[in-house]
Design a protein around this ligand. Structure first.
Ligand SMILES: [Zn+2]
Length: 266
């Protein structure tokens, strides 16, 4: 599933490619991804409306429109935005004022498109915890203080902290040499600081390399992101740890695949 770095990569590319353009036509090939309003109204609400601003909040993309409403796009598991697209496998295509298509592809149809009045009022948005880049180390330490939840499970809780998904939680914990099964409140002050630093480093590096193409994620151009080759533990079950040559182990935590080095991560 695309996480903060992947959605941020797409957001930055959208800024260059489609910002300020008008939606002149909407081609709906599968209405299942349109969550609100109904298809006909969705089309009507977008026609001849300009994209004024593009925002990323957690893993959600928001197009603020000249109509004062917003189009929100959640890629979920297999959603892709492609520009310029060809409409070949798109669920919904937006024909823009430059004549080109912005395609929303989504093999498994879990993605969600919505037109809403004020996106800030969406329940899901109101419940989002702060992003790592919006807080400092002291705040992070304070947030962890009372939490007995396993640290990795807590990092994935979007209501606690938003934007970190399974992949980057695994990577950040490896870099901070912290065992993912530790209760959050058992981390020392130093460990919390280091973890916070490594979360931000991991996310920043992933953005720099345009995200990780695991599953279906691609950049707006359709090209894969380049960060996979820098992964240290994710999806490396049974392979050698880059630090100690020990074996990377996979366990399940909160029903998510968790990869770590039992000798490096204490
Ligand atoms: Zn190791």
């Amino acid at each position: 599933m695309p996480e903060l770095p992947e959605v941020e990569t797409i957001k930055r590319e959208l800024d260059k490619a489609v910002l300020g353009k008008k939606v002149v036509d909407i081609i709906v090939n599968n209405a299942k991804v349109i969550k609100e309003p109904k298809k006909e109204r969705f089309i009507k609400e977008l026609k001849n409306i300009a994209i004024k601003k593009i925002i990323r909040k957690g893993k959600l993309l928001i197009f603020e429109l000249s109509s004062r409403k917003s189009l929100t796009i959640h890629l979920k598991m297999t959603g892709q935005l492609i520009y310029p697209g060809d409409g070949a496998v798109s669920r919904v295509s937006f024909r823009l004022s430059d004549g080109k298509l912005l395609d929303f592809n989504d093999r498994r149809l879990f993605g969600e498109l919505r037109i809403v009045g004020d996106w800030r009022k969406l329940k899901f948005i109101k419940e989002l915890g702060p992003e790592p880049f919006d807080i400092n180390a002291d705040k992070f330490k304070e947030m962890l203080a009372q939490k007995k939840t396993k640290i990795k499970v807590l990092l994935l809780d979007q209501k606690f902290i938003s934007g970190i998904g399974n992949l980057y939680a695994n990577e950040a914990l490896f870099r901070a040499e912290i065992n993912p099964q530790r209760p959050a409140n058992s981390l020392s002050g130093k460990e919390k600081e280091l973890l916070f630093k490594e979360i931000k480093n991991t996310l920043s590096e992933a953005i720099k390399y345009n995200g990780s193409s695991v599953d279906q994620y691609v950049q707006l151009s359709g090209r894969p992101g380049n960060y996979v080759k820098y992964h240290k533990v994710y999806d490396r079950d049974g392979e050698k740890c880059f630090h100690c040559n020990g074996k990377i182990k996979r366990i399940s935590l909160g029903s998510r695949g968790t990869y770590f080095c039992p000798s490096c991560q204490k």
